[in-house]
Structure formats: C-alpha cells, structure tokens
Design a binder for this molecule. Structure first.
Ligand code: PXL
Length: 276
C-alpha cells in the first residue's frame, strides 16, 4: 500500500492530553506519516482549567498553506479537530481545496461540545461555521451533543433508533457523506458506535464504563483516522478506535487523581497490536 501522509489541524493544548498531543502520537502509532498544523496554542485545554492562555494562529495558517502549495506538498487526508474560532475554520476550507490529493479524504471531528453543552468560549455563530466545515466531510465523527447542535435537534439522554436515524438523515442533508457516531447507547447498560457509510447503517456495541474521561473523543477520532489510513475498512477502524478508547478510559479510571485527560500512552502498544 502506498505510504500515506495525513495532515491534522487542531490546537496544541500544552498540558491536557488532547488535540495535537494525542493526534500526533496516535497517528504515528498507526504507521502513517503525520504532518501537523497547529491552529492555536493554549496553556491547557478549556475544560476544568481556569485562566488558560490562548494564542490564535489563524494569521499564520494561510502563509503555511501557501508554502506547502509552492513546494507541491499534498496530503492523502486532512483530519480536523478542535478549532478556536470561525476564522480558523475558513482557513481549513481553503486548505481542503488546495492541499488534498485527488480522492483525498476530509475527516472532520466537530470537537465543540459534550454531555449536552458547548465547550467554554463557543456560541451559536461558531456552531454555524462548524456546520459549514461538516458539510464537506467525507467522514464526520460527532458525539450526540455535537450532532444535535449541528442539526438543530433536541438533545436527549434516552432515545431509540428512530431518533438516531433522524439525526443521520439531517447530517446527510447538510452534506456529510459518511458518519461515525460515537457514544450511542440504546439501553442504559450498553453503548456503541454507529457507522453510517454510503447510507448503510451498522453498529458496534462495546463495553460501557461508569465514567468517560475528558479527551476521549480526540483519542477516538485519531485512532479511527489512523486505522482507516492504514488500510482498515471503516467498520474495522471504528471498532479498533472504540476498543482502544475503552482501554484508555480503563487506564485513566485506575488513577482517580488523573482527571484532565486520558492516560493513553501506557496502552498505545495495544493499538499497535490491534492494527496487526
Ligand atoms: O478534547 C477537545 C479539546 C481540544 N482542545 C481544547 C479543548 C478541548 C475540549 O475541551 O478545550 C483546547
């Protein structure tokens, strides 16, 4: 298989085990070359830390892209995560247009919300801008809160297959081609991942742990992207990412003092084994 080069665009949270500090090691573990474009630099992530710094790099992003274009650098996939503001999203749309190889994949994790609420600093306008990015996605990786915000659907804690089918139809109407919908629980005791590929629904049920851990969405999206680019089918990639995320949560829950991010490093070898 041809050697794949992926570009991932998201922030650097210097401390917090999320976004680029997760994406880079996880994608590398999947055996794919990983280029990065930091969209902003924060001292920590924004959930649970207070007084964090935020350096917006949206002014630098177009010049970085221009240099790549001049050097004929292109990517097999562009995978985006947390964006700090709508201006960064505009830059990403331009990067899709100018750096993707023919047939290259746009993989979008609309990292902006969880458990029924937006992350700090985001508003309705930002959701609208994110919707524009999601409309381009070959693969969209939302959690339920994000999917509800993108589609104007009421967020529910309990739901059935009809509710999920309605959201999938609305996401498709926005323009999303394929969807991997994480954390979908049809009963209180179970959870799983919906893979909606070319209009075909499949579901991978996996272990539900009593408590999630912050940053697991970034682990999931990175492991899915890496596995897909390593040649797995979308369903296999969704399964590997779910199994790895479960391992990361278990590792994190075993250390109650570790509250701010997933302890993904000690179990990275398990991801590599799953990919063999
Ligand atoms: O894990 C998503 C994420 C990424 N980057 C920053 C965040 C968050 C979630 O809160 O604050 C800066």
């Amino acid at each position: 298989m041809a050697y794949k080069r992926i570009l991932t665009i998201q922030d650097i949270s210097c401390v917090g085990q999320c976004s680029l500090t997760v994406a880079l090691p996880v994608l590398s573990a999947c055996g794919v070359e990983t280029a990065i474009l930091p969209s902003s630099v924060l001292s920590t992530h924004t959930t649970g830390f207070y007084g964090y710094t935020f350096r917006d790099l949206s002014e630098d992003m177009p010049a970085i892209k221009d240099h790549w274009v001049k050097e004929n650098i292109s990517f097999s996939a562009v995978y985006t995560g947390y964006m700090g503001n709508a201006k960064q999203i505009d830059c990403v749309l331009d990067i899709f247009d100018s750096t993707l190889e023919e047939g290259g994949l746009k993989i979008v994790d609309p990292a902006m919300a969880d458990h029924g609420s937006l992350y700090p600093g985001f508003d309705r306008e930002f959701v609208q801008a994110m919707k524009g990015l999601c409309a381009q996605a070959d693969w969209l990786l939302p959690n339920l809160t994000e999917a509800c915000l993108l589609t104007g659907t009421e967020y529910r804690e309990e739901y059935d297959r009809a509710y999920i089918d309605e959201i999938l139809a609305k996401l498709t109407a926005i323009g999303c081609k394929n969807i991997v919908f994480t954390g979908i629980s049809y009963t209180p005791e179970t959870t799983g991942v919906v893979v909606y590929e070319n209009g075909n629904y499949s579901y991978y049920e996996h272990e539900k742990l009593p408590k999630g851990s912050h940053g697991t969405g970034d682990i999931y999206a990175s492991a899915f992207t890496g596995s897909l680019m390593a040649g797995k089918t979308a369903f296999e990639a969704a399964k590997i990412a779910a199994d790895y995320a479960v391992e990361c949560i278990k590792e994190t829950l075993a250390d109650p003092d570790h509250w701010y991010g997933p302890k993904f490093e000690p179990v990275l070898y398990k991801l590599i084994e799953m990919l063999k």
